[in-house]
Design a binder for this molecule. Structure first.
Ligand SMILES: Nc1ncnc2c1ncn2[C@@H]1O[C@H](COP(=O)(O)OP(=O)(O)OP(=O)(O)O)[C@@H](O)[C@H]1O
Length: 308
């Protein structure tokens, strides 16, 4: 049974279409990174899965039931983008309050607070918490009741690099126990090793989805081969000029040559340059998740301002 399945889903607020024909699903034991520019429709997709809104068109099924059904919702953990708590209450009091609301056992509260690194602060009022500590408390709230589907909107906001890596490891542990996890983010650096699949949303449509290998294939992006000359850079340039490669050669400024080649040409290029005796060292750089994201989103940057 899928954690959720969006089939040909469209949604419009007032007149403006926000999602258009989105097909997206998540299986148990999988971490999906949902990436997209401001206003791409990430939060709207999450709200549809939570059953807070109904799609204008298409079907949303969650954990084998209907989105919004309380029997389904009790198995979902959700960390919203901006977490706010009663400032006068302690972390422990707040988590107990949410546990009662969710019908989850109160016994797990101290253990969850420890799991997110708030063991020393659980009895302090949350008005004394830093942004990162509030984010951790939000995460503990999302983990109440051992959810089968966990949806985290910008979970790393406010977390330092060590806490971010801890969070990703925690999520991997939950994934290995069978939870399905959606990670919505603009923050791509560092996330690559921790997700199983990525979906890239732009202007309300899924532009590409799959694991990193599949995304690289879909993007047809070149691989960069970085060559350090053994003798002189001009003799190495000559070897590449005379080879069959259609790749683009550039001098890096650090005395090396970079050749951007299509993946299918990479081995032939390496064979040629290695046989020439003109290469002292080689490194190969595959497009990263960020490169792939920029490829699909375009370099519009602030042109995607979130409105339409
Ligand atoms: N309540 C609303 N009424 C009208 N339009 C809305 C509403 N909420 C969101 N939108 C619009 O829907 C589009 C998608 O918004 P959404 O919040 O889903 O994007 P997002 O990908 O989560 O963006 P961000 O990364 O900035 O949080 C945007 O154009 C936004 O302006």
């Amino acid at each position: 049974m899928s954690c959720f399945r969006l089939e040909n889903v469209s949604y419009r607020y007032d007149k403006a279409p926000v999602l258009q024909g989105v097909d997206l699903s998540l299986e148990p034991g999988e971490i999906l990174g949902l990436f997209g520019h401001n206003g791409a429709g990430k939060t709207t997709s999450i709200k549809l899965i939570l059953g807070l809104m109904q799609p204008t068109q298409g079907k949303v099924s969650v954990l084998g039931g209907l989105a919004g059904d309380p029997q389904v919702t009790q198995h979902i953990g959700y960390l919203p983008e901006n977490v706010m708590f009663y400032p006068q209450l302690t972390g422990r009091e707040i988590l107990k309050h949410f546990a009662r609301l969710k019908g989850a056992s109160l016994k797990q509260v101290p253990a969850l607070l420890e799991q997110v690194g708030l063991e020393d602060a659980m009895d302090a009022r949350t008005r004394t918490y830093s942004k990162g500590m509030r984010q951790r408390l939000g995460l503990a709230q999302a983990l109440l009741g051992k959810p089968r589907l966990l949806m985290l909107d910008e979970p790393t906001v406010g977390l330092d690099p060590v806490a971010t890596a801890d969070l990703y490891r925690l999520l991997q542990g939950l994934r290995d126990e069978g939870a399905g996890i959606v990670l919505c983010s603009h923050v791509l650096p560092g996330v690559e090793p921790y997700i199983d699949r990525a979906a890239i949303l732009t202007d309300g449509a899924v532009k590409a989805s799959g694991n990193l290998g599949s995304l690289r294939q879909q993007a047809h992006m070149p691989v960069s081969v970085l060559l350090t000359p053994a003798n002189g850079i001009s003799s190495l340039e000559k070897v590449i000029d005379e080879s069959a490669t259609t790749g683009r050669m550039t001098k890096t400024g650090q005395g090396t040559l970079r050749v951007d080649v299509q993946p299918r040409e990479k081995v032939a290029l390496l064979e040629t340059v290695m046989a020439s005796g003109e290469v002292a060292d080689v490194s190969i750089h595959q497009p990263s998740l960020e490169d792939i994201y920029v490829h699909f989103i375009g370099t519009g940057g602030l042109a995607h301002r979130g409105g339409r």
